[in-house]
Design a protein around this ligand. Structure first.
Ligand code: SF4
Ligand code: SF4
Length: 97
């Protein structure tokens, strides 16, 4: 039976809290930030299931895949597993926010 993704616990492959946990913030470790090329993305969701920090947010009707930068530590796994090269890790110093 198919389970809507909204019903799946927080985290794709690693046991973790069902909601965000302020005590587990790892976004301040990040030196590189994942950036999505929406033209290349096929919405296969491999990045979502592979992120160890549940920092990939699935696409919605109104939005493409996004990254939860509060928890994304910039490990680059999402970029490595993406079969079409749709995620690039960009140095944090290239961003103003
Ligand atoms: S793995 Fe790549 S193609 Fe698949 S959803 Fe993620 S960004 Fe898109
Ligand atoms: S860089 Fe690492 S922590 Fe950030 S979204 Fe990709 S897999 Fe998750």
């Amino acid at each position: 039976m198919a389970v809507p993704y909204e019903k799946i616990p927080f985290a794709g492959t690693v046991p973790s809290p069902k909601k965000e946990n302020e005590g587990m913030i790892t976004g301040n470790w990040r030196t590189r930030r994942p950036v999505l090329d929406t033209e290349k993305c096929t919405q296969c969701q491999i990045c979502w299931i592979s992120c160890p920090d549940s920092s990939v947010n699935l696409m919605t009707e109104d939005s493409p895949i996004t990254f939860n930068l509060k928890y994304c530590k910039g490990c680059g796994i999402c970029s490595e597993v993406c079969p079409v090269g749709a995620i690039t890790l960009v140095p944090e110093l290239d961003f103003k926010d």
